[in-house]
Design a protein around this ligand. Structure first.
Ligand code: NDP
Length: 291
């Protein structure tokens, strides 16, 4: 069993602490605003009055606060205690913020592991919880047992920004799915059909469409979007146009799908109408030589 400190007792920090306690670890906790620790102290956690005190108490400290402005201020406040310690930052942010934090923490003589939590607080410790990590491999290896207790632990590499990059990319996929669902629901709602009943048709359709992703991924990776004789981009641009026209006719706003049709038209207009729609990727990818 390990000595672990937690910085931040919001909804997520509380769930992380409760899980570590449940697993039998010795847990020291700190939160900027007092008054959030009582139930965790009742379960065996030890509350301390400063972030530095918490860091000094344990082999490894897990921080989970609102954002990187908050985690940066905690790091500043606790700078003197960090030398020789390991910090795991599970605060949600961008790759650039994670890399900057890694640099600052390394400069203070501590090891830095960044993480992205793919779970809600009640999911922590459950079978569907996933936490992505990147940064100090030594820290990940040394504490993998405890970290696995929070959820499946996936180490992505030494670049501290990789966990955040993967986290945000996974969420991008999720929001694309949700956007399609919200538009589809608005369209059928325009005739008084309930979203819940429409799901019986939509869910298997979306599952079937997931089957297209491996081929798109291959085309994206190769940069060759091929001639598509079955359902090319030009045909699909006309079909998306129909969806948006029908939506307007039904009084449904097209804000979620307008940008996609714009990209379809741009790609078709550039002469790629006979290729696959995976070619849209070429319009949004980072151009060579860019940052
Ligand atoms: P909460 O809003 O519940 O808690 C925020 C925490 O951040 C509190 O402990 C708060 O302390 C602390 N905090 C805010 N500003 C500062 C500051 N300047 N200095 C020190 N501490 C500060 O958020 P969650 O616990 O839900 O989320 C924490 C992180 O986990 C976020 O980055 C979030 O994106 C991520 N996450 C959350 C998920 C969720 O479903 N909740 C899912 C996946 C990731 P105080 O009590 O003093 O205000």
């Amino acid at each position: 069993m390990a000595n672990i400190s937690i910085l931040g007792l919001g909804a997520m920090g509380q769930a992380l602490t409760a899980r570590f306690l449940q697993q039998g670890h010795t847990v020291t906790i700190w939160n900027r605003t007092p008054g959030k620790a009582a139930s965790l102290v009742a379960k065996g956690a030890r509350e301390v009055k400063s972030a530095a005190g918490a860091i000094a108490a344990s082999d490894v400290t897990v921080m989970c606060v609102l954002d990187y402005a908050a985690s940066d201020s905690v790091i500043d406040e606790a700078a003197s205690a960090l030398s020789g310690r390991a910090l795991v930052n599970l605060t949600n942010g961008t790759p650039a913020q994670a890399r900057a934090a890694a640099g600052r923490v390394a400069g203070l003589g501590a090891a830095y592991l960044d993480g992205g939590i793919m779970a809600t607080p009640p999911m922590i410790g459950g079978e569907h919880a996933l936490i992505l990590y990147s940064g100090s491999k030594a820290t990940f290896d040394a504490h993998a047992g405890a970290l696995e207790g929070l959820g499946a632990a996936n180490y992505l590499g030494a670049d501290a920004g990789l966990a955040s990059l993967h986290d945000l990319a996974l969420l991008s996929g999720m929001y694309g799915l949700f956007a399609g669902f919200f538009h589809a629901s608005a369209l059928i709602d325009s005739e008084g059909i309930r979203a819940a009943s429409f799901l019986k048709l939509l869910s298997p359709w979306m599952t079937a469409m997931m089957g297209a992703l491996p081929e798109y991924a291959e085309k994206i990776d190769s940069g060759r979007h091929g001639v598509n004789v079955v359902s090319n981009l030009g045909m699909q641009a006309a079909s998306l146009d129909n969806i948006l026209t029908a939506s307007r006719e039904q009084g449904v706003a097209t804000d979620l799908l307008d940008p996609m049709l714009e990209l379809f038209r741009k790609r078709a207009g550039a002469g790629f109408g006979d290729e696959d729609i995976s070619g849209l990727f070429e319009l949004i990818r980072r151009k060579s030589g860019q940052g």
